[in-house]
Design a binder for this molecule. Sequence first.
Ligand SMILES: [Ca+2]
Length: 236
Amino acid sequence: YSVLCVCVYVLAPSARLHPQDCAEIYRLGIKENGIYTIQPDPHRPAVECDMETAGGGWTMFQRRRDGSVDFNRTWQEYREGFGSPQGEHWLGNAALHALTNTGQHLLRIQLEDWHKQKLNVVSPSPRYRLTAREYSGDAGNALSYSKRYNHDGRSFSTNDRDHDRYTSGNCAQYYGAGWWFDTCLAANLNGRYYRGRYSGLTNGIYWGTWYILTDSRSGERYSFKSVEMKTRPRNF
Ligand SMILES: [Ca+2]
């Protein structure tokens, strides 16, 4: 009898301490933004929860805001994640997969440029393989831009793993970022961090349907000031 009692006593609290995602934390009644511990990935259990935007319950898996973290990383690094949830980070493809492989999920992207223009993109299911079919938002759907530039259905590539549809090389190596490259890109939110304008290869933080992409006189390109990528179950 005593063994049974001990088991229940030990297991019940720890189960409650490790919810699946921020949506579950929200449903438990915790509705403050912050860093929380979640279940899916034992190596990087801390995530930033957005409990305010559009009803809350969003688990953040990517953030860019100051260029402090290098996003030109290997397959292994993208799988396990890098950076910290307090700052710039990629949560990790293993955790992202665990977060999104049960049922349909929404992908929310919040971008801000250097002119304080902000945009929102909401689309289902960010995985190793990206599935982004339906779109709503105010920025244009650069994830499904055209036949050759279509990130929907693409697999993830890194500088050491070429899963893109560009046959003459590795887009991830060429653009210095891990991403769901096609041939190669209409969007790349893991690109290099520039403080606004830059010239040369379009390897900055890029969203191909944004209202300004290059300066018509100087030919300089624009990179974004901040990016956040989050996910939440569709039926939340
Ligand atoms: Ca290739």
